[in-house]
Design a protein around this ligand. Structure first.
Ligand code: DGL
Length: 282
């Protein structure tokens, strides 16, 4: 069946990081309803193989589509890098009567903003090992402008430290600083925060990189892509006022709520537990 305008937008991530993307969606497209799934039981995705990430993303996409999503946002760099194409193919295979559901990842929107904004053509990337290993950002930058150089830095412990460490202490500052060293040496003028956790340490990054360096996050670009996709298919929700948003996670709901409020910067309300273990994607 073709999706209709009053269905929700489905958003997913390995945990709470994608809430920084949902935040932008809630601000930019307040009239939409949202369904957010954080796969906290399998966090962190940043250490997973490409095959695992693809399997997880297919499983979650299938779940959100069954729950009535009219569009999917993969609000995780590791999952977007490994599985965007696979999720799109799964939807093409399983949707009937030519109906189409758009899948928006975070790599394309962040790359477009970074390439458009860089004067020197020297861009940095901070991301998890899985995202760096996939080379998805290299391909996206090459596609946008072959004359732009991308300096990638894998940050194995940054997302777990951000998730576990609040209030932030000196260890977080030191970790952030150490990942900025190669970017300062490479003299980049723009840095892509290639993990949805990193906006939480943006002030530390800015201080370490210097105020002349532009930090690019994916949220605002993702919101624009979602708006264009919905508008072009006549799927923007016509309701007046603010839509509803609901949360699901695959591990403990209380810790999701406690940590998630910090990432969303809004109250979370009810969080439901879902078990994906028995689910096999189409
Ligand atoms: N949210 C994930 C991303 O954007 C990073 C956290 C993780 O390793 O799961 O890649």
């Amino acid at each position: 069946m073709a999706p209709i305008a009053n269905q929700p937008v489905g958003v997913f991530d390995s945990g709470v990081g994608g809430l920084t993307v949902l935040h932008e969606l809630l601000v930019s497209l307040p009239g939409e309803d949202y369904l957010y799934l954080g796969d906290t039981a399998r966090f962190p995705y940043g250490e997973r193989s490409q095959a695992e990430l693809e399997a997880f993303a297919l499983q979650i996409a299938d779940y959100l589509l069954s729950a009535g999503a009219k569009l999917l946002v993969i609000a995780c760099n590791a999952a977007s890098s490994a599985a965007l194409g696979a999720v799109e193919s799964m939807i093409r295979r399983t949707m009937r009567s030519g109906a189409q559901i758009d899948v928006i990842g975070v790599v394309g929107p962040a790359t477009q903003l970074a390439v458009a904004g860089s004067r020197s053509g020297r861009i940095g990337l901070l991301a998890t090992p899985a995202t760096v290993a996939s080379q998805a950002y290299e391909r996206a930058v090459l596609g946008a402008d072959p004359h732009v150089h991308l300096e990638s830095v894998a940050c194995p412990d940054l997302a777990p430290i951000i998730q576990g460490g609040f209030p932030f202490d000196e260890r977080v500052v030191e970790t952030v600083r150490s990942y900025c060293v190669p970017l300062r040496s490479a003299e980049v003028d723009t840095v892509i925060l290639g993990c949805t956790h990193y906006p939480l340490v943006a002030p530390m990054l800015q201080r370490s990189l210097g105020r002349g360096v532009a930090l690019v996050t994916s949220g605002a670009g993702v919101a624009r892509s979602v708006e264009r996709a919905l508008a072009s298919r006549g799927l923007l929700n016509p309701q007046s006022g603010e839509g509803a948003y609901r949360f699901m996670c695959t591990a403990d709901v209380e810790s999701f709520r406690a940590v998630g409020t910090r990432f969303l910067q809004m109250p979370l309300g009810e969080v439901a537990h879902v078990d994906l273990s028995a689910r096999v994607a189409a």
